[in-house]
Design a protein around this ligand. Structure first.
Ligand SMILES: [Zn+2]
Length: 298
């Protein structure tokens, strides 16, 4: 469910926060044309309640502010922003989500924000803090899953949060059954699947990624209308393929695990039979910055 923060609530929160605690670009009506095929892909924002928090030498709030400013600076407005989990710093505290919400105020009411959960999130705290994200009728019990239907593709947003603060993730039987059925009901459009945890089919002994990767790929690979699987978790930007299915590892907005790894967000543009992905790095000197990758649909 999209998060829309009312302007009045934002102003109230800003007053409560006090001058100088958080700063935002001037609010103005977004007069850009919206591109229904453009999506801003964020992952692993790791926002702490205290907006001054620094982790692994990264000012977390500043990194998210920079990514949001990048979205604002695009010549056309994207149709929406996805945040692919680990929205919160470490264990999904209410204060983390309150600050996260405040940081997104420059986009409030201008474009939809779709949030996914990672192992550093807490689903119940997330729902009680960012109430508008709790679906009235969940499609999968105890999971935060949804579908975003768009003119050129349908996005399937999954929930791999298993236990908060435990590294591996799991979709579970019920969510996988729902996904298979939801994909079968929408075969007329390319399907793009997004989940926080990385697939680990190639190394099942490594218990850090998605534990039910094999079962997920058994759903995705034979359904030829599924064109790409997006994930985060590893804080690494990498493109690969399995049987023509694009595997897109999104960079972290927050910090890298290796010093040479890029951080930032990805500008995604859907086309008739392909998409273009372009990393918008925090460091414009990084080799991965602004190098469009064209990924054709299988
Ligand atoms: Zn993370």
């Amino acid at each position: 469910m999209p998060l829309h923060i009312a302007r009045r609530e934002f102003l109230l929160r800003s007053l409560l926060a006090g001058a100088g605690v958080v700063t935002f670009p001037a609010l103005r009506a977004d007069d850009r044309k919206t591109d229904p095929d453009r999506w801003a892909l964020f992952s692993d924002t790791h926002i702490a309640g205290d907006p001054a928090t620094i982790a692994r030498d990264v000012h977390l709030a500043d990194h998210l502010r920079a990514a949001i400013a990048g979205v604002q600076a695009l010549p056309t407005a994207p149709a929406g922003v996805f945040v692919n989990g680990d929205c919160a710093l470490d264990r999904g505290l209410a204060g983390d989500y309150a600050t996260f919400s405040e940081l997104f105020c420059p986009l409030a009411g201008k474009l939809p924000l779709h949030l996914l959960l990672g192992n550093h999130d807490d689903r119940e705290v997330f729902y009680t803090t960012l109430k508008e994200n709790r679906p009235a009728a969940p499609v999968v019990a105890s999971k935060h899953a949804s579908i975003v239907e768009t003119p050129r593709a349908n996005w399937f947003l999954l929930d791999s949060l298993d236990v908060t603060k435990q590294t591996p993730g799991r979709l579970g039987d019920e969510q996988r059954a729902w996904l298979a059925s939801a994909l079968d009901q929408r075969q007329n459009q390319p399907a793009l699947v997004m989940v926080h945890h990385n697939p680990v089919a190639s190394d099942p002994t490594k218990k850090t990624g998605l534990l039910d990767t094999t079962e997920l790929l058994e759903i995705l690979l034979p359904r030829r209308h599924v064109k790409a699987l997006f994930f985060g978790h590893t804080h690494t930007w990498r493109l690969s393929e399995q049987d023509g299915l694009h595997l897109v590892n999104l960079p972290a907005v927050a910090y890298p695990f290796r010093p040479d790894e890029v951080t930032g967000w990805v500008d995604c543009r859907l086309r008739d039979a392909s998409m273009t992905l372009e990393v918008r790095a925090h460091d414009p000197q990084h080799a991965a910055h602004a190098k469009p990758a064209h990924l054709a649909w299988r």
